[in-house]
Ligand binder design. Structure first.
Ligand SMILES: [Zn+2]
Length: 284
């Protein structure tokens, strides 16, 4: 498995075309030794390459990275989140709380950075739509991991099936409409239902887009290149995705999902189909 990961990482480094690299604006790097900072730089460099390979260039020229290294942690990246820009002159950034002694390989294999990077590709959508934003990040992080060779097609399927099962299980206990539960996600501890209902939304969208010869990754890349406005709300975001998909795929699903009380049904066969859909990425 390790050989597979190393080989794929090597291949990825060779095949990735140069992208419009964003300048990283580092914060907190003074807390690290020279060697630890080198590891962090390598980690970010790999994460950005793997992400842009699937969903296109980062939608900003500068990326603030706030490093919060921990002395004790039970996993490489226990916590991370997006720090949205507060003024017109600021950029969205990422805070990474991670284990300072984690190796490059351990950091590279952790899903968190890829997940946070995906969040940069959509505007702030509000707490009632966290199912939409978390679903997008959770869904695309799997494609980034797959495309970078960090997980195999079988692991891709396994992770999605396991996550969807957790979401389904939690929906029995945490009732209410998906948008209401999303708004109260932290109080209700409803992350499994919220994240994985949103993931199911993008799987459903993907299957419909696939029939039209396009993909969620391609539509999201186009949105950021042609049509994104800083203050797009959820409705504007969905309308623009529909326009790029040349049909109401996203708005139809959105209307259904935000009010839904149940957990969506996604077949394992469909997920398996997507696990072999490397063509969904922008380039190979
Ligand atoms: Zn997230």
């Amino acid at each position: 498995m390790l050989q597979f990961v190393v080989l794929c990482a090597l291949l990825l480094a060779l095949v990735i075309p140069p992208v419009n690299a964003a300048i990283i604006d580092w914060h907190g790097e003074k807390r690290l030794s020279t060697e630890q900072f080198e590891t962090a730089k390598r980690w970010l460099d790999f994460g950005i390459k793997a992400t842009t390979h699937v969903i296109g260039p980062l939608p900003q020229t500068t990326l603030p990275i706030h490093l919060k290294p921990r002395y004790f942690a039970s996993e490489p990246v226990p916590w991370a989140f997006i720090r949205r820009a507060q003024t017109a002159t600021q950029y969205d950034g990422i805070e990474l709380q991670y284990y300072r002694y984690a190796s490059f390989t351990a950091l590279q294999q952790d899903w968190t950075l890829y997940h946070e990077l995906v969040h940069l590709y959509h505007p702030y959508l509000g707490p009632q739509n966290s199912w939409l934003s978390e679903g997008l990040a959770t869904y695309l992080q799997q494609h980034i991991l797959l495309n970078a060779g960090i997980i195999s097609p079988a692991e891709f399927t396994e992770r999605l099936v396991a996550g969807l099962n957790r979401g389904k299980k939690q929906t029995v206990k945490i009732t209410g409409s998906l948008s209401a539960v999303s708004r109260a996600m932290y109080e209700k501890r409803a992350q499994q239902r919220v994240y994985w209902s949103g993931t199911a939304f993008f799987i459903e969208a993907e299957l419909q887009l696939k029939a039209k010869g396009t993909s969620v990754a391609k539509i999201l890349a186009s949105y950021n290149q042609c049509c994104r406005e800083k203050d797009d709300n959820a409705e504007q975001f969905i309308t623009k995705l529909d326009r790029l998909a040349k049909g109401p795929i996203f708005s139809n699903l959105y209307a259904r999902y935000q009010q839904r009380l149940d957990f969506p049904t996604v077949s394992e066969t469909d997920i398996h189909l997507l696990s072999h859909a490397k063509i969904l990425a922008l380039s190979i």
